[in-house]
Design a protein around this ligand. Structure first.
Ligand SMILES: *[C@@H]1O[C@H](CO)[C@@H](O)[C@H](O)[C@H]1NC(C)=O
Ligand SMILES: *[C@@H]1O[C@H](CO)[C@@H](O)[C@H](O)[C@H]1NC(C)=O
Ligand SMILES: *[C@@H]1O[C@H](CO)[C@@H](O)[C@H](O)[C@H]1NC(C)=O
Ligand SMILES: *[C@@H]1O[C@H](CO)[C@@H](O)[C@H](O)[C@H]1NC(C)=O
Ligand SMILES: *[C@@H]1O[C@H](CO)[C@@H](O)[C@H](O)[C@H]1NC(C)=O
Ligand SMILES: *[C@@H]1O[C@H](CO)[C@@H](O)[C@H](O)[C@H]1NC(C)=O
Length: 394
């Protein structure tokens, strides 16, 4: 009797151990799913024959050492959305058949250089969508890719990571890479060496980034990826004159741009929505525009220059005035006296002529007295013809 009880207990325990609590097992335990199960760690009692392990939507900060020692035959491991911040050394090295590792939507701040080291390099897919916390995580990842010797990796998903810059040669350690997803980042340029070492690349997703155009250097780099299928839509392409090289490359390159009919000008406003492939010098208004810009620029410079010269002249003038203030005062007094003489001359003449019209003129001329020249005064005092000599400027 006690033996039977013991046996029953043993089977009960074994069956519990076969599928961990809060997890769902299927395909006769080949697939284990522990989704949103509030797990703080990888369950210790996992069925050893499991091939696919999905632990998602839980709250783990890190992975324990040897967490997967009991499930050595796993080929697919999905650890997405678990709040994992750290991946320690040799976290997956007991998984000799691990082909696919998904770590999407985890705030990875620390990736150990040997985080992805697995004997025999079985890894073919590594998904890190929206997982790199900051630039430090990216440099960590690059080191881990190098140390991990992921020579069989076919697919790398780095989408949604706010990446601004890809260090040149960061993929050189992935000679088999066929599919690289860099969608939904903030990339603005492709440089010489960005994709060196991944000449096998078949699919490259650069959509939803910050590309305003692609420089000649970038086009050369992409041109090296002979059999690539490139995605470039949803970038803020800016259709200025310098985008023409890129636009005509789209027509002539051997590189297939899968979404070429969705590449559109985003800026400037006037050409927004225009297909990039069909823009040319005319639609961009480039032929005349360059000259106009040069003209505007030179006009601006000449205005500035003119302003400087005028300012300088003004200052010299003020200085001269200041230095000659005594002479000027004397000159002003002289003029004033000359004016008075002239006016007196007029008065004298009016009395002789007694012409009322001239009397009015003389009144209005009192205000303009300073402009009066003594020669003019003589002319008008000598005759009635008020004709101004040609060389007198009023
Ligand atoms: C794991 O795979 C190996 C070889 O494929 C096999 O011999 C072994 O029985 C498997 N282990 C389990 C627990 O299924
Ligand atoms: C990235 O985040 C970690 C953890 O918060 C911090 O230690 C590190 O300095 C950050 N790196 C950068 C480049 O901001
Ligand atoms: C790249 O990832 C995004 C989301 O992260 C996905 O929508 C897109 O289909 C992927 N691109 C390819 C070519 O698989
Ligand atoms: C892009 O990535 C961010 C996270 O970095 C995510 O919140 C957003 O939903 C993604 N957008 C698309 C269209 O996939
Ligand atoms: C790109 O870099 C390689 C070496 O890394 C160099 O040999 C080559 O000349 C460079 N090409 C251009 C266009 O700068
Ligand atoms: C590209 O080809 C289309 C027709 O297929 C043509 O209308 C367009 O002008 C060409 N664009 C460039 C930049 O050569």
């Amino acid at each position: 009797m006690p033996l039977r009880l013991l046996l029953v207990l043993f089977y009960a325990c074994a069956s519990v151990a076969l599928c961990p609590p809060r997890c769902v097992c299927s395909d006769t335990l080949l697939t284990v799913r522990c989704a949103s199960a509030d797990l703080a760690r990888v369950p210790s009692a996992l069925p050893s024959e499991a091939r696919t392990l999905v632990i998602t939507g839980n709250v783990m900060r890190a992975l324990d050492n040897g967490a997967f020692n009991g499930v050595r035959n796993i080929t697919h491991l999905d650890l997405s959305n678990n709040g994992i911040m750290e991946i320690g050394s040799h976290s997956f090295s007991s998984l000799h058949s691990l082909r696919s590792l998904l770590l999407n939507n985890n705030p990875l701040t620390l990736i150990h250089p040997e985080a992805f080291s697995v004997p025999g390099c079985p890894l073919e897919e590594l998904a890190l969508h929206s997982s790199l916390y900051n630039y430090t995580s990216l440099t960590d990842l690059i080191t881990a890719l190098r140390w991990g010797k992921l020579t069989n990796l076919l697919l790398l998903d780095l989408s949604g990571n706010r990446l601004v810059l890809l260090p040149p040669g960061m993929f050189t350690t992935l000679p088999s890479l066929q599919h690289l997803n860099l969608s939904n980042n903030s990339l603005m340029a492709v440089y010489n060496g960005t994709f060196s070492g991944v000449e096998q690349l078949r699919k490259l997703d650069l959509s939803l980034n910050g590309f305003k155009t692609i420089s000649i250097e970038g086009l050369r780099e992409l041109e090296r990826l002979k059999s690539v299928h490139l995605l470039l839509s949803e970038n803020p392409f800016t259709c200025a004159c310098d985008i023409q090289t890129f636009a005509s490359w789209l027509n002539t390159s051997k590189v297939r741009v899968g979404d070429v009919d969705r590449l559109k000008c985003e800026f400037p406003e006037v050409v927004r929505g225009a297909l990039l492939r069909v823009v040319n010098a005319q639609t961009l208004g480039c032929s005349g525009r360059l000259q106009r810009e040069i003209l505007e620029l030179s006009l601006q410079t000449s205005y500035v220059f003119l302003g400087l010269v005028l300012g300088f002249v003004g200052m010299v003038f003020l200085l001269v005035v200041y230095l000659n203030r005594k002479g000027i005062k004397k000159w002003v007094t002289d003029i004033h006296e000359a004016c008075r003489d002239v006016l007196e001359g007029y008065h004298y003449r009016y009395e002789i002529d007694s012409d009322p019209r001239l009397g009015q003129v003389s009144k209005s001329q009192q205000g303009q007295c300073r402009r009066m020249d003594t020669r003019l005064a003589q002319v008008s005092s000598n005759s009635r013809i008020v004709q101004i000599p040609a060389d007198v400027a009023l």
